[in-house]
Design a protein around this ligand. Structure first.
Ligand SMILES: [Zn+2]
Length: 399
């Protein structure tokens, strides 16, 4: 059998995700020698990341000692920054929320005041959970704009004035731990996938003021060469009445200029509907108002034509809709399904599941926590923990 990686972090991943429950199963799964696996498991136990407990079923001979991931070995801070509010949570290493708080902010006040507020909120949730800054292993931050993932710096974010090139990680210096920042759609996509271990291919589509797509390949977020993968809001679509529609990006006939939340509100006002915000329009549609339903269903059809192409190209298992406009639910889904199932190739569409997020308010926080946990438990970090906690133990070597 072909072997997979037997690094400490890979072994930890197998136990966390339930693929292996004992040293013997790790040996079988990785094809590595019993001695190698045992030495690295001992390291992880010394680092408090794995625990031994209980006996498994024997397949002949002595029953194996079971291994368990110790999700209490540390905690992470999860920050879900929006345009008008922020949610901050502290979770254990299985993304179980220990304490959380939400607070209004104005993202346009810039990184200084906003991140100072986040810092204050983070100290509050840590104290509420009975934890200290020293317990924090990593920080995950989702922001409503494009971010260069490797540096945690926003790149010309259209709705975050003053944030361009600001190093978000620098605001969390007191924690002396890795800080990961990414755009909110990628973070939500991680949250929708739930706890690590999924091997599905999923598109998470956020329809709010703008439209974005989180691409999950084999359970991992795919970011592309520069981190802008999934920016589907500016794909060109045919304008509904033949008249070109100008987008905030300067181009004409972008998807979000025709079917995003801002476009919906514009069209609702033009049609004389009694609404002042996109949220009110969505509520009107959810209550069955005919003209509002029709606007939302048409937006769904337009989004669906783009998704049909993405389905043909990417062949996902699932599409999950999230964001404010997705709260409209059935009329949006009806329009999307009509276009996707009507235009996608039968093989790609046959088993495709299209749904609305079951927990849109939670996925940002959960995803930020998962991003921090995955980052912390990767190769280098797991090694650092092993080294710090276990003194002279030898470093894990080749993958
Ligand atoms: Zn555009």
């Amino acid at each position: 059998m072909a072997s997979t990686s037997a690094s400490a972090s890979a072994l930890l991943h197998h136990v966390r995700t339930g693929r292996a429950r004992s040293r013997a199963e790790l040996v079988a799964l990785t094809g590595s020698s019993r001695n190698t696996v045992s030495a690295r498991v001992d390291q992880l136990i010394a680092a408090n990341l794995l625990e031994e407990g209980g006996r498994g079923w024997s397949t002949g001979g002595r029953p194996p000692t079971l291994l368990r991931f110790n999700s209490q070995a540390g905690c992470v801070l999860a920050v879900d920054l929006g345009v008008t509010s922020v949610d901050v949570a502290v979770t254990d290493l299985s993304a179980e929320i220990l304490a959380t708080v939400g607070h209004p902010i104005d993202i346009a006040e810039g990184p200084g005041p906003v991140l100072a507020e986040v810092d204050r909120l983070a100290q509050g949730v840590l104290a509420e959970a009975g934890l200290t800054p020293a317990d924090v292993c990593a920080v995950g931050v989702g922001v409503p704009g494009p971010v260069e993932f490797s540096t945690g710096r926003p790149v010309h974010p259209p709705i975050m004035p003053g944030w361009h090139d600001h190093p978000i990680p620098s605001a969390f210096g007191r924690y002396d731990c890795p800080v990961f920042a990414d755009n909110d759609v990628n973070v939500m996509a991680l949250g929708e996938m739930g706890i690590a271990g999924s091997t599905e291919d999923v598109l998470v589509i956020k329809v709010g003021t703008g439209i974005g797509c989180g691409i999950v390949v084999d359970g991992q977020v795919y970011r592309g060469a520069q981190g802008s993968a999934g920016d589907i809001g500016h794909i060109s679509v045919p304008p509904p009445h033949g008249e070109p529609v100008l987008c905030r990006c300067g181009n004409e006939n972008c998807l979000e200029a025709i079917a995003g939340g801002g476009a919906l509100l514009r069209d609702a006002l033009a049609a004389g509907l009694p609404v002042t915000t996109t949220r009110e329009l969505v509520q009107l549609a959810a209550h069955g108002d005919g003209p509002a339903l029709e606007l939302v269903r048409n937006a769904g059809r337009t989004i669906g034509t783009v998704l049909a192409s993405l389905v043909n190209f990417f062949n996902p298992h699932r599409i999950v809709m999230t964001g404010g406009v997705a709260q409209a639910g059935p009329p949006l889904l009806a329009g999307i399904r009509e276009a996707v199932y009507g235009r996608s190739l039968p093989l790609a569409a046959r088993a495709l599941d299209i749904s609305v997020s079951a927990a849109p308010d939670l996925s940002g926080r959960l995803g930020a926590a998962l991003m921090a946990i995955e980052g912390f438990l990767d190769e280098d970090s797991a090694y650092q923990v092993a080294r710090a906690d276990a003194g002279s133990i030898e470093a894990p070597t080749a993958r």
